[in-house]
Ligand binder design. Structure first.
Ligand SMILES: Nc1ncnc2c1ncn2[C@@H]1O[C@H](COP(=O)(O)OP(=O)(O)O)[C@@H](O)[C@H]1O
Ligand SMILES: [Mg+2]
Length: 237
């Protein structure tokens, strides 16, 4: 796998006259899990959508190995993403959902069994998605993101709906991914959920970048939760 550096440069999104993301820049390095933290409404999902070209930035760019997402030769083989609103056809099975995604992305079907096993959905593969729990839907979204064996993973609130065993499972999945040179960005509004899974954190609040650092520096002798709250409560509307 070729390592892919991700550069986010000056991303800005304005709705009306309100900047929901304001001049956000950070880099993601291969072999690293970066936590993307901030309270609800901070602008995390909007930033991730801009990175993928799903929301047109008012300003700024994101480069994956030097190229914008839309200029990648094979996007699904470079970047896998799970966004918040997983939309699944309720009557389709997990397996068929992945078949459709693979076909749309021009990927062959043979990795489907493999990614289902990776996310622990082998037994549920032929059940309709409407019978899946929130945690199982998160796993299915992750399976879809992994289909192209991407070098970059962008996950929006992936721990949402996972039980503690699921969070531990996600952590080991991310560790395996980055041990092989993968580059990962994982958002959450809860630092505690991610604190054992990430190497670095990028913190935003009200659309602005507040910190881009390793966990130790953020902590600065305090508990991580204290450090995070102190940082994000200092911002007023
Ligand atoms: N299409 C839109 N039009 C207007 N405001 C939006 C739109 N999408 C998001 N917002 C606003 O942008 C802010 C950031 O939202 P979001 O990126 O979803 O934050 P987060 O993911 O950190 O919770 C919120 O106040 C939200 O209401
Ligand atoms: Mg969000």
């Amino acid at each position: 796998m070729t390592n892919v550096e991700v550069e986010v440069r000056g991303l800005t999104k304005t709705y009306g006259n309100r900047a929901v993301v304001a001049d956000v820049s950070f880099n993601l390095s291969p072999g690293t899990v970066t936590g993307f933290l901030g309270p609800n409404g901070a602008g995390k999902s909007t930033t991730l959508r801009m990175m993928l070209g799903l929301v047109e930035p008012t300003a700024g760019v994101t480069l994956f190995g030097g190229r914008a997402y839309r200029d990648l030769a094979s996007p699904a083989r470079t970047v896998g993403a799970v966004l918040e609103s997983g939309d699944f056809h309720p009557r389709r099975s997990g397996y068929n959902h992945l078949r459709v995604i693979a076909a749309l992305a021009g990927l062959d079907e043979h990795p489907i069994g493999g990614v289902l096993a990776t996310v622990g959905l082998t037994k549920a593969a032929h059940r309709q998605v409407r019978t899946y729990s929130l945690g199982m839907r998160q796993r299915l979204g992750l399976a879809a993101a992994l289909l192209g064996n991407p070098q970059v993973l962008l996950l929006d609130e992936p721990a949402n709906g996972l039980d503690p065993a699921g969070v531990a499972w996600l952590r080991s999945l991310l560790q395996d991914f980055t041990a092989n040179g993968g580059t990962a960005l994982v958002s959450s509004h809860l630092l505690a959920e991610l604190s054992q899974s990430v190497d670095r954190v990028v913190v935003i609040s009200e659309g602005r970048l507040l910190a881009d650092t390793d966990l130790k520096s953020l902590q600065d002798g305090r508990s991580l939760e204290e450090a995070y709250l102190a940082l994000t409560s200092g911002v007023t509307a």
